[in-house]
Design a protein around this ligand. Structure first.
Ligand code: VG1
Ligand code: CO
Length: 545
């Protein structure tokens, strides 16, 4: 019944910022998925794990991969295998399920906001017993196993029926097919005042939520249709599709442009008061209000400043954490609240220890990620509900809330410019040359911008003291503005270089500039000093958010 299959290593199974992400066809090669899964299962077993959650964002190959993982988990002696019904489980819901039921780990099949389909992307994330993405020590150990693999184990059994809930004994294990929506919705009900939100919505406040044909659809329906009685017109693209309808399920200014246009730009009497969009696996969010786009960095700061208005956060915040490239807006709030603000490398896995040690309550990343200690992942639907709860209590518009925040704390103008699919050797040479240039910049003033400090960011985890180096080149100017750049760790083609631009204006400064105008001097400075576009053989960024 259990087969041992001989295999040889693939040399490219090193997990990136968030799991292993490749072209779908790469995963479909014989043994590719199996090698990686066997390495995860060995890691799980070595650390004493005997239970596992499996689910994914519904993209092409999700079902097939889940069947393979079930059979391999059984063959490897995992006793309790929890499979989300229809294989559909958002990343935050997976995190919650692991934590709530004390499960040893989870495998989430997703390439997040990357497009899906046989000619697009697929991915695997592994989460540990705290519900969070495996930390680097674990992903390194899994990678080591992929380099030395000689065989894997798989049960020779028919496919499992994962379309109906129930429990079945198979070989030495038990397979539980569970509802991936229910527990998550219960958690949201505990954290937020849904009755108050309902009242707001019944009083003419209008709403649009866009699931982008991906994993959040069923969660949004369960909350906004079933609990809050909202009509179908409020929920857009809520049926998860294998190819996400051919779009990038990426909630940002480029890939959710039509929503942005209807809410922010071409606003009219019929425009909603509030809108949000979510990514493929449901951990990202974009918040919009009539005539305003809320940057993810501002969203974190505004949630922090108003957190006690939501029942789940009434006791206040322990601290805030943000990834290094995320704007310093949250730092200002933390300072005023008298709580610590931690700066971590990019990727949610770096927040896990801080959350587990109860050092922070809220976390955020500039890449449309916001979350809290309720799970160990960023959480899109949670962010939208948090905003709605605050709006329901304050009765302010999104714009009033954001502008009021700027008048109190100042405004961190912020933009990210992505240069995609750059030739790997060009990108590496550029990063190396840039790093070498840093010492010569300290104390210099170019185009009126005085450099205060420069470094290639390194991080020592305050809890386990593990060190992570070279996480991005950072230039901080005397006025608090910053230029940061780093190679992405989630791409599947060449290298994406991300350039992060931040300019701070005090509460008395000009708070109503256009963002790109506000950061233009920083772009010019970067070109002058680093010759970025020419070095990367680009004439303009591919994506601006
Ligand atoms: C990107 C984002 C990062 C995020 C990661 C995973 O990583 O910048 O902030 O944590 O994606 O998010 P990178 O290395 O490409 O910059 V998800 O929603 O794709 O799991
Ligand atoms: Co995601």
């Amino acid at each position: 019944m259990i087969k041992t299959i001989q295999t040889t290593p693939f040399d490219d199974q090193k997990p990136g910022t968030s799991g292993l992400r490749k072209r779908t066809r790469v995963f479909m090669q014989p043994n590719y998925l199996e090698n990686f899964v066997q390495s995860i299962l060995l890691e799980l077993k070595e650390t004493g794990g005997n239970s596992l959650v499996i689910g994914g964002d519904g993209r092409y190959y999700n079902h097939k991969a889940i069947q393979t993982i079930i059979k391999m988990a059984l063959a490897n002696g995992i006793e309790h295998i929890h499979v989300a019904k229809n294989g559909l489980l958002s990343t935050p819901a997976a995190s919650h399920f692991i934590r709530k039921y004390g499960i040893s780990g989870g495998i989430i099949l997703s390439a997040s906001h990357n497009p899906g389909g046989i000619d697009e992307d697929f991915g695997i994330k592994f989460n540990t017993a705290n519900g969070g993405p495996a930390p680097e020590s674990v992903t390194n150990s899994i990678y080591y196993k992929t380099r030395n693999i000689t065989h894997y184990l798989i049960a020779d059994i028919p496919d499992i029926d994962m379309d109906s809930m129930g429990t079945a004994q198979v070989l030495q294990g038990t397979i539980h097919v569970f509802d991936g929506i229910y527990d998550y919705v219960q958690l949201m009900e505990a954290l937020f005042d849904l009755a108050r939100i309902k009242e707001l919505l019944e009083n003419g406040f209008s709403l649009r939520l866009d699931a982008m044909n991906a994993a959040t659809g069923p969660y949004l329906k369960a909350i906004f249709q079933d609990r809050l009685n909202m009509g179908e017109e409020t929920l857009l693209r809520c049926i998860p599709l294998e190819d996400f309808g051919g779009i990038h399920p990426d909630p940002n200014l480029k890939y959710a442009a039509s929503l942005v246009k209807s809410v922010v730009e071409g606003h009219s009497a019929s425009s909603p008061d509030f809108a949000a969009a979510f990514d493929g696996d449901g951990d990202r969010n974009m918040i919009l209000g009539r005539e305003i786009f809320v940057t993810p960095s501002d969203s974190l700061a505004i949630l922090a400043a108003n957190a006690t208005l939501a029942p789940g956060y009434r006791a206040g915040l322990k601290g805030i954490a943000r990834s290094m490239p995320t704007s310093q807006a949250a730092d200002k709030v933390a300072e005023q609240l008298g709580i610590p603000c931690f700066e971590t490398p990019t990727g949610w896995k770096f927040f896990g220890n801080l959350l587990d040690a109860d050092l922070v309550t809220l976390c955020g990343e500039e890449s449309f990620g916001t979350g809290s200690n309720h799970v160990r992942e960023k959480d899109g639907v949670w962010a939208a509900l948090f905003w709605l709860n605050i709006l329901a209590v304050t009765r302010k518009s999104v714009k009033e809330l954001v502008q009021g925040h700027w008048r109190r704390f100042g405004r961190n103008y912020y933009s990210r410019h992505d240069y995609e699919a750059v030739d790997t050797s060009l990108a590496q040479a550029f990063m190396k040359r840039s790093e070498e240039l840093l010492p010569s910049l300290n104390g210099n003033t170019v185009f009126g911008l005085a450099v205060k400090t420069t470094d290639n960011f390194s991080y020592v985890d305050p809890v386990d003291h593990s060190m992570t180096q070279r996480q991005g080149i950072r230039i901080v100017f005397e006025d608090g503005s910053r230029v940061v750049f780093r190679p992405s760790g989630t791409g599947t083609q060449g290298v994406t270089i991300r350039l992060y631009l931040e300019r701070y204006e005090t509460p008395h400064g000009n708070l109503s500039l256009h963002t790109q105008e506000a950061v233009q001097a920083l772009v010019n400075w970067t070109e002058h000093v680093f010759d970025l576009r020419k070095s990367l053989h680009k004439t303009a960024p591919d994506v601006i958010t």
